[in-house]
Design a protein around this ligand. Sequence first.
Ligand code: DAH
Length: 341
Amino acid sequence: MTISLGEPMDALQTLLNDAPERIDRAMTIAELDALENDLVGRTSPIASARRMLGQIKDGAERGATGKRINDIATQIQAMIDARRSDVETAEESERLVNDAVDVTLPGRRPRRGTHHLIQSTIDEIVDIFVGLGYTVATGPEAETEFYNFTALNIPRTHPSRAESDTLYLDYGDEEDEILLRTHTSPMQARYMEQHDPPTYVVVPGRVFRADAIDATHSPVFSQLEGLAVDEGITLGDLKGTLASFAKQFFGSDTQVKFIPHYFPFTEPSAEMHAYTDGRWIELLGCGMVNPAVFEHVGYDPERYTGFAFGMGMERMAMVRHGIADLRTLLDADRRVLEQYR
Ligand code: DAH
C-alpha cells in the first residue's frame, strides 16, 4: 500500500508526534478548544490534506492515504478527548474547593449594640428617683433667657450670662434672647408654671456651654435636675434624699457631706461631696428653692417650701467608674465603651 501526498503527509506525521506534548500543556477547557481547532479543525493541516486527496489518481493509493489521514485524526482526537475529561475534572474540583462552604465552622456572632455609658447612667439615676416617687420630665435645649436665667433669680449682671460662658442662638429684646440652655434648671420654672404642688420631678437633659473640650469639660454634656416642692419640706429632706441617692448609686457605705455654696435660685445652697476612693469629691449642687423663684412661677412661698439639685451625668459616671478623662467617654472607642455594658 503506497501513501502519497509527500510533504503534507510529513506535516501530519509531525503534527501527530508533537500532539501529546501540546495537548498536555492545555490547562483549561478554553485552551483545549483552541488547540482542537488548530489540530483537527477546518483550517488544520488534517483538513487541508483531506482536501488534497482528490489529486491522487490511483484509487488504492488514494484509499490508503485517506485511511492514514483518518487514522492520524482519530488518534489526535482521542488524545484531545482524554485530556478534556481530565481538565474538566480538575476545573470542577478547583471550583469545588473555591466554593466550599464548611458547614462545621462556628457561625459569626453578630455584634450586639448597647447603650452608651452616659445613657445607661442617666437611665439608672432616673430609676433611682422614680423609686423615690419622682416623675420624669424633659424640656427644650434651645431656651429663652428668661427661663435659663431670669426666672431662676440670676441677675442680668451675672457672669454666666456672658458670651464667654453661654452659647446664644438669637439676640432678641432682653427676655426674648434664645440660647442653648446652660443647665437643666430652667425646667424648674417651666414645670412649676404648668403643675401645681406637690411637685416631685427629675429632668434629665443635654446642656451646653462655651467651653473648650478637655479632661473635665465639654461644650455639650448631660445633667439631671431634681425638684421637690410640698408643704413642710426641710433641708433634712434634701439631705436624706440625696444621701439615699448616693448610697444607691455609689454603694451602700457611701458617706456624703454638704458644704455651703451659692446659687441664685436656692437659699441656702450647698454642694454635696461624697467620699470615694479615699478622697472627698464634689458631686452636685443643691439647695432650698429660693422663694423668689416661687414668685416667678406663681407658687405661694408662704405655704410651700422645696429643694432642688442638679448633677452632671458624665461626672457621675466618671466618679463611679474611676474614669479620669471625660474624652474617654466621647471618643466612641468601642474597646473602651464595651467595658461598660
Ligand atoms: N444648675 C446648676 C449648675 O448647672 C446646678 C444646680 C445647683 C442645680 C443647685 C440646682 C441647684 O437645682 O439647686 O451648675
